[in-house]
Design a protein around this ligand. Sequence first.
Ligand code: C2E
Ligand code: MG
Ligand code: MG
Ligand code: MG
Length: 271
Amino acid sequence: EVKNNGKNGYQLFSHEMHQSLMHRLQIEAELREALALGDQLKLYYQPQISSSHGDVVGYEALMRWEHPTKGMLSPYDFIHIAETSGLIIAIGEWALLEACKQAKTLSVSHQHFTRMAVNLSALQFNHASIFDHVKTALEQTSLPPHLLELEITESAIIDNVDDAIVLLNKLKKLGVKLAIDDFGTGYSSLNYLKNFPIDTLKIDKSFVDGIVNNPKDAAIARTIVQLALNLGLSTIAEGVEYTEQHELLKTMGCDGLQGYLFSKPISSDKL
Ligand code: C2E
Ligand code: MG
Ligand code: MG
Ligand code: MG
């Protein structure tokens, strides 16, 4: 069959490759424009609930792109292109400033506010500008640094462990909090929990999903919480959708809860 359709097969493949390249370039150009225009990129905020008293104690900032023709796009639709094009650095700089502004407002109006969490992709974390962007965002908004938490994935750290430890210590000295996002899904190493100044472990949604019906997921979640307790770190569970998950996580001693059970990410005017 390959032989019979060899030529067509080649043309089809090449056509698809062309299409996907054109698609990528188009999104990239539109993203560049969105960043320049300044009103299409948004941060939405998902509440984090204290498992002990049930109040909102913080928010995670999650990016959205209000695309002029395609509607609201999720990070899965554009973050990858932002990374391969390098635009993520400027977009990330914007997001840090925007999240700190919002956090400053919340810190005045909201009694239990303790955290604004901002995601950093591996590329941002490993880019020379990151420390300055964080420092500048804090200075420009006069946000107390301990109210900002940077979420980093295990893979971002593992790319270059020696530089990562230097940067994490500098950020720690600045006073910001540091969280490992999607904990347990990457190259989880107890060694970096020992050596890196981490404050929070975010239990990945994949474990939370199975926590009620799959004893292995429950055992992993329980172990992460115990590990965090023993090391003096806090825990937040992501993707909590059901009351049963909430109750179980609370029993396990998980500090914070985040998920559709409480709220989807919401726009700043609805905060
Ligand atoms: P993440 O940091 O692990 O964020 C959690 C994702 O789970 C978010 O998806 C959130 O909307 C979603 N989520 C929260 N609770 C539930 C739930 O109960 N059920 C379900 N099904 N989903 C839930 P979102 O907003 O689409 O973001 C996806 C990923 O994109 C994030 O994963 C993060 O890695 C990345 N991202 C988002 N905003 C930014 C940003 O400003 N900068 C960078 N570099 N990455 C970002
Ligand atoms: Mg996150
Ligand atoms: Mg996460
Ligand atoms: Mg996740």
